[in-house]
Each structure stands twice: as C-alpha cells, then as structure tokens.
Design a protein around this ligand. Structure first.
Ligand code: ADP
Ligand code: MG
Length: 770
C-alpha cells in the first residue's frame, strides 16, 4: 500500500500494538457485515443505476433502512467522488495540479482497513458528497458512525459541518452537514462546484433551509451534479412533482407489526404518565425483551423525567432489573451522545428519553416500546406582531405514526399513546405545517436578497409562506437598514448577510463599528449564540453555584434571582452585562478551566463561545470592521445593542408588566422571576418566550385545538429582557434612554412613540414602520 501512495504526502500511521489492531480489524469486519444486513443493501446496484440514469432522484425508505449512512458510501464506492483527469499514475509527486483541474490533492489514508478499491481516489482528485441533515446532532452522530464503518478518523475522509463547527478537512469526501450550512455555502458558491452529489436527507421534515434549497433549485447550474432527495415518509409524490416528475426510488421497509394503545381519557400530566408507563413496562416485562423510547419536548423535560425515574427506581427496591437512562437532545454534550447507541447489557433495559430527534433522524436499535405523549416543541410565528415563540404543541398524525414505527424495527413492538383515540382521529393535523409557514423569515429574506433574488412573492416555494410574513421580514430588514426603499440590499445589509446570525444580532455587530466596541459586541453575540447552557447548577451544590453566580451581578438585587429562575423559561434569560462579564473574566484568566469550575460555569459552553467569537472575529475582517474595544464604555455598547434590537423595545407599565412600543402588546415578566422592584423603565429584549410550565398546565385541558391562537393573545409571556439597561450602580444613569430609539432609528420611532410622560397611560405605536 505504501508503494501506491508514494509521492503523495503520506501521513504515517502510528504503529499500533498488533493485538489492538486485530481487535480493531474484527470490529471493522463486523461493521461491514452489519452493513449488509440493512434493508438498503439488496438495492445497492439498482440504486446506483438509478442515480446514474437521472440527475434528480427521490428516495423513500423507512427510518433505519440505511439511507443516511449507506447511500453516500455506495456512491463513493461507485466512484462518484472521483473526478478530474488525473489518473493515479499521471499524478506524479512533482506535478503541481493546475488551477481548477484538480480540486484537492495530496490525499492519503491515515488508517488501515481500507481496501485497494478505496485507495484509488487517494491519488486522483475528488469532489465530496454532501449530505444534509435538519439537525446538528444527527449530522455529528451519523458522520461518526460512517467514519467507523469506513475505518477512518472522524474529520478526515468523513466529516461534518454545522454552524460554528467545521469538523472536515482537505481529505473529506463524505460531508454530513446541516441544511443551514449548505444554504450558507450556496450563498458563497451558487453552483456548489465543490460537490459531486448533494443528498438532501430527511426532506419530509420540511425545515426552512431544506425548503429554500429546493426553491433555489440547486442542481440547475450543474448538469453533472446529482441531487438526491430522501425522505422517510411515503408521500414522496409531492417532492417528485416539485422536481419535474423526478423518479421515486422506493426501498421496501422491514416493519414489524406495532400494537397501538391509547389512554381512555386525556392525561393531566403527560410527563408523569410517561414515567409511570415506562416503569410499568420495566417492572412487568422480562428484561432483555426490548428497550423503551419516550418522546419528550426538550432538554428540561428530559432532565426532569430522568430525575423522577431515578427517584422512583430507588423506591422499587433492589430486586428489579437495572434500568439505564439515556437522554438525547440537541444540546447534549458530544461525549454523551454515543451512549444511546451502546448495546444494552444483558439483564438490563435501556430507556431512551429523546426529543423529536429520535423520530426519524437517529435510529436507535433494540427499541420495543415507544411512549408517545403527543407533543413536541414547535416554532410558531405571528406575522401580525412579528413575534416568534417556541412552544409545546401537539404533533401531527404523520409524526405520531413515525414515532410508533420506532418500536417495530427489529421485532413486533408496542406504542403507548398518552392521548385518546378520539384525540388522534379528530384533533391531530394530518401533517406538520412546514417550518416556512410558521417562522420569522427575516434571515431567509436577507440571504435570498444577497443572492440577488428580488421577487420573493414569485419565488418557487414548495409551500409558500404567508405573504404577511414575507412583508414583515422586508419591513424589519428595512428598519435595520439592510434594505433600501426599493427593497435592494444596502451596504449594511451586505455586511449583515456575512454573519450566520439572526439579522438583529448581525446588525448589532455591524453597528459596533460606529460605536467602536466591536470587541465587546462579538463577545456578547458569541455568548448569546451559545444559548442557555453557560451556568451549571449541580443538585448537591446549588447554594455554592448560586453564590458564585452572584459575583457576576453588579448592583441589582433582582438580577440573580431572575437568573436562578432561568430554568423555568424555555429559553434562558441572559442579560448582556452578565454574559459579557462572564466572558471577559474568563478571558482575563487566560481561559482557565479551573476558573470555570470555581464559578460553576460550563467549560464546554465557554469554549464554544470562544470558538464562535473567533469565527465572528474572522468575519469582522471580511466585512472590514476593525476590532476595537472602548474599554467598557457601556453607553457605547448599549447603543450598539440598541441599533440591532430597537424593534424590540418595551416600556414598563405601572402594574409591572411591559408594553412593547411597536405593535403594542403587553408582556409579563415571568411571575417567578422576582424582578418586581428593580425593573428598568425602558428595555430592549432579545426575544419573548413562553414558559413551558404554564403552558403545559393549560394545554392539557385545551388539547389540542386552537391553542395557537390562545398563545398569541392571552397566555402569559415570559419576557427575556436583556436587562441591557440596568448595568452599573444605579438605575437612573443606566436605563435605556428612550430618545436613543429616535436617535438610532429615526425612521422607525418618532418622538411621540417614546415620550416618557408617566401620566399617559402608555405609549402607542404608530403601526407599521414606514
Ligand atoms: P436511515 O437514514 O434510513 O433512517 P441510517 O442510515 O441512519 O438509516 O441507519 C442505518 C443503521 O445504522 C441503523 O441500524 C442504525 O442503528 C445504525 N446507526 C446509525 N447511526 C448510528 C450511530 N451513530 N451509532 C450506531 N449505529 C448507528
Ligand atoms: Mg436517516
């Protein structure tokens, strides 16, 4: 083998112990055998023929048939990644590949186990295969699996790319990525020239990015680019029709019968009901007969369920079999993600607590029982108010059936639906509404505009978004000065489009140029992008953790209380000055891990924030913004933040609630946040979120109709106030000055909007911007 690779920088394989090698080899062989047992395998040649014959192909197959892990490998094995003129012999060591002729070169295999056939591309040139996933975790997990199957190191020949994390290299030929990442790549390279095949996987999920990629018709510029659209649901005709009657390749599923059980009456507390059901199964069924999968709505709920199960198991005594709890959700640390795939030890049972991620994105073997409470977290958007919320909502019939199917993969299964058969028949929608119809489109509109697509109303959407939502997006981008009156991209807009962030955050960064505080602002943006996982509050050390956290509070009594209650919100309330202080303190300790431990701060999150910050710093350079710090001139920082978030301003009312200025709406601070005495008069907020708890209690009775409307109008909202304006020692000097709104966004606010007369009942917005 070494001889074959002579002349191309060969990474020397570290000499491993021969026993280890033998073990690795047999594990590798076992994986190869497993590959052959997948439902996909008998159709390998037919599939390759179909791909050969057609440019666009729709592929349908049951979850677990091997679409995601196998198809890219088959294509690679069949030579799709091999491109260009170079033959192994032609590419001599000294020969410099010519510009454009060879995409990548000097590729070598760093690991053993790879057959001669696979080695051929090593010496040639190649174009990678891209496979999109709607979820980050799926992209990472699948890439990890495929790298094992190919016997290569993750990040080398097989890699993944998700926002702010690129685990690929020059060698990467199979690239799993989120659909959002492909969309961003498309912005930079509209012919996707660096790919030979694009597989848009999980198309049935109909995520925003997938839909936009479809609308952009990514294969149109390159007749040689193969486009595969794969879906787990059978109604693939819609995809086929949309792509000019592209042929459909069906992989017959292997699905065992699944018994479905409904509850007789709606459950008042589905979390509790789910736990009870799981424990009943565990106690009454012999261990080893199959694992349990419970679908929950998010991290918080999963953690609660984990605690309850642990607690109750203790109460059951020592006689019952071991129950291994495996959580899986988007923010689960990578090290722990692999746990769900580990085989269950003899005599034990696994209970997987998963979000929607386990519906079709990840296949977990060995599941016999599925418990389906019938809910998932869904984004919803009210174009009238421009308010986006993430809320717990009933799933669709299609989802319910996918979930049930998870139990019948390896043998007959059972699905326990924690709702009534009547609910299923009458209350659930047939299909989940595509994301494009229930989301804020500002980001997408900015991307499309930067691609030069102006006529958005006539863009070829598979399912068009509401016109109102498009207009709202245009309106917001205009307010942020990203678009001019004619709807054309401005210089500011062009700069904003470079950042993979929401437009308001991008605008905040672009504006920091003017206020000479880009250094501080990108720290804040990075911390905000990490989300709600900065502080860590171990059960047995809560007091210590809380004390540590208080160090980051300046002046205000209310802040720390609010932060402690953060876990009651679906999205964390993070106040910019706290996260800023956390980040800059950490930086001062030279990114010390010890410091994080001492302050109960998650090292992992901080490192991620640092990575993101580094990337944002790189992007600053690209848009020619100098990295400047003005040494804690908080007024400048606040002004930069206001430049991005001014559309989200609210004023305190006498009763302690806030009233948003444009599109007036009353929003309450979460009752448990303990902020009452210290609320600033004017704020800008990051986003409005609903509390899970309150919502859950109500939804049980309303199940499941009309809740969407209820939420928009009446359910208490928790305000995620960035508290931007209570920095410092005293209130008066640090509040948002309402006249800033007029100063920063004169086209959006007029003086009368922000007149601060307390005798007036409330300031009223004047309706639409411009
Ligand atoms: P599909 O995309 O058709 O749903 P996949 O290609 O994801 O199917 O899965 C095929 C097989 O690979 C399944 O048996 C699954 O259990 C296994 N598999 C997928 N990902 C992993 C992983 N990260 N670890 C272990 N096994 C995996
Ligand atoms: Mg898949």
């Amino acid at each position: 083998k070494a001889a074959v690779m002579d002349g191309v920088n060969v990474d020397q394989e570290p000499s491993t112990d021969s026993i280890e090698k033998t073990m690795a080899n047999s594990a590798f062989e076992k994986l190869q055998e497993d590959r052959k047992t997948l439902p996909m395998y008998p159709y390998r040649d037919d599939l390759l023929q179909a791909v050969n014959d057609h440019q666009v192909l729709v592929i349908v197959g049951e979850t677990g048939s091997g679409k995601t892990t196998q198809i890219p490998q088959y294509l690679h094995e069949a030579g799709y990644t091999k491109r260009g003129k170079a033959s192994p012999i032609a590419l001599a060591a000294s020969e410099e590949p010519q510009e454009g002729e060879y995409r990548r070169q000097n590729i070598c295999l760093s690991q053993g186990h790879v057959s001669q056939e696979m080695n051929i591309w090593v010496l040639g040139t190649f174009l990678p295969i891209g496979c999109t996933q709607p979820r980050r975790v799926a992209a990472m997990s699948v890439a990890a699996r495929v790298s094992q199957e190919m016997g290569v190191k993750l990040g080398h020949e097989v890699g993944y790319s998700i926002r702010f994390e690129d685990c690929t290299s020059e060698k990467t030929i199979l690239k799993y990525m989120t659909d959002g990442m492909l969309l961003r790549e498309f912005l930079g390279e509209p012919d996707l020239a660096s790919y030979s095949v694009i597989m848009v996987d999980e198309a049935h999920e109909r995520t925003l990015s997938t839909d936009i990629l479809f609308g952009l018709d990514i294969s149109r510029f390159r007749p040689d680019l193969k486009l595969l659209i794969s879906s787990a649901t059978l109604d693939a005709e819609k995809f086929s029709d949309y792509f000019d009657c592209a042929p459909i390749f069906k992989i017959p599923g292997r699905r065992f019968p699944v018994e479905i059980h409904y509850t007789k009456a709606p459950e008042a507390d589905y979390l509790d009901a789910a736990v009870v059901t799981a424990l009943q199964i565990h106690v009454t069924q012999p261990p080893g007969d199959g694992d349990i999968l419970i679908f929950l709505t998010g991290q918080e709920e999963i953690e609660t369920a984990e605690e309850i199960i642990k607690h109750r198991i203790k109460g059951l005594g020592t006689k019952i079999a071991e129950l291994i709890i495996c959580p899986i959700y988007a923010n689960l640390p990578t090290e722990l993600q692999a746990k769900i795939f580990e085989p269950t030890p003899e005599g034990a049972r696994k209970v997987v607590l998963a979000t929607n991620i386990a519906e079709t994105s990840l296949t977990i073997d060995g599941i016999k029982y599925v418990i389906d409470p019938g809910f998932s977290k869904m984004k919803s958007y009210n174009p009238r108010t421009g308010m986006e919320s993430l809320l717990v909502a009933p799933i669709s019939k299609a989802s319910a059936n996918q979930r049930a199917g998870r139990s019948g993969r390896t043998g007959p299964g059972k699905c326990f639906r924690l709702y009534t058969a009547y609910n299923y028949m009458n209350d659930l929608e047939d299909n989940t509404v595509p994301e494009i119809q229930r989301t804020n489109l500002a980001n997408v509109v900015l991307s499309l505009k930067s691609l030069g697509i102006h006529d958005l109303l006539n863009f070829d959407f598979m399912d068009p978004p509401p016109a109102e939502a498009l207009l709202k997006a245009l309106e917001l981008l205009f307010a942020l000065s990203a678009l001019n009156k004619l709807g054309e991209l401005t210089k500011v807009g062009r700069r904003m489009a470079e950042f993979p962030l929401d437009p308001m955050l991008s605008k905040m960064i672009v504006a920091s140029d003017k206020y000479k505080c880009s250094d501080e602002i990108i720290s804040i943006a990075a911390m905000l992008s990490v989300g709600n996982s900065i502080f860590y509050r171990p059960k047995d050390k809560q007091v210590h953790a809380d004390n540590a956290r208080m160090n980051f509070h300046v002046g205000n009594v209310g802040d720390h209380i609010a932060l402690l209650k953060v876990r009651f919100l679906m999205i964390t309330t993070l106040f910019w000055h706290i996260i800023f202080l956390v980040y800059s303190s950490w930086r001062e300790t030279n990114f010390s891990t010890q410091w994080c431990y001492e302050n109960y701060i998650q090292v992992r999150s901080m490192k991620r924030a640092r990575d993101i910050r580094d990337q944002l710093e790189g992007l600053l350079e690209r848009v020619e913004i100098e990295l400047t710090s003005n040494d804690n001139d908080y007024e400048a920082i606040k002004k930069a933040i206001t430049s991005g978030f001014f559309p989200h301003s609210a004023k305190l009312q006498k009763n302690g609630s806030y009233r948003t200025i444009k599109h007036p709406q009353t929003v309450n601070v979460h009752p448990s946040s303990g902020l009452a005495q210290v609320l600033p008069r004017w704020v800008v907020y990051h986003e409005l979120v609903l509390t899970t708890k309150e919502y859950m209690r109500q939804v049980v009775h309303l199940f499941p109709l009309i809740f969407l409307f209820l939420i928009s109008f009446s359910v208490t909202l928790a305000v995620m106030i960035h508290r931007d304006f209570n920095w410092g020692l005293s209130w008066q000097v640090t509040e948002l000055k309402p006249d800033w709104l007029v100063e920063i966004a004169p086209h959006y606010y007029q003086l009368k909007d922000v007149e601060d007369s307390s005798s007036k009942k409330m300031p009223r917005g004047t309706g639409r911007a411009s």
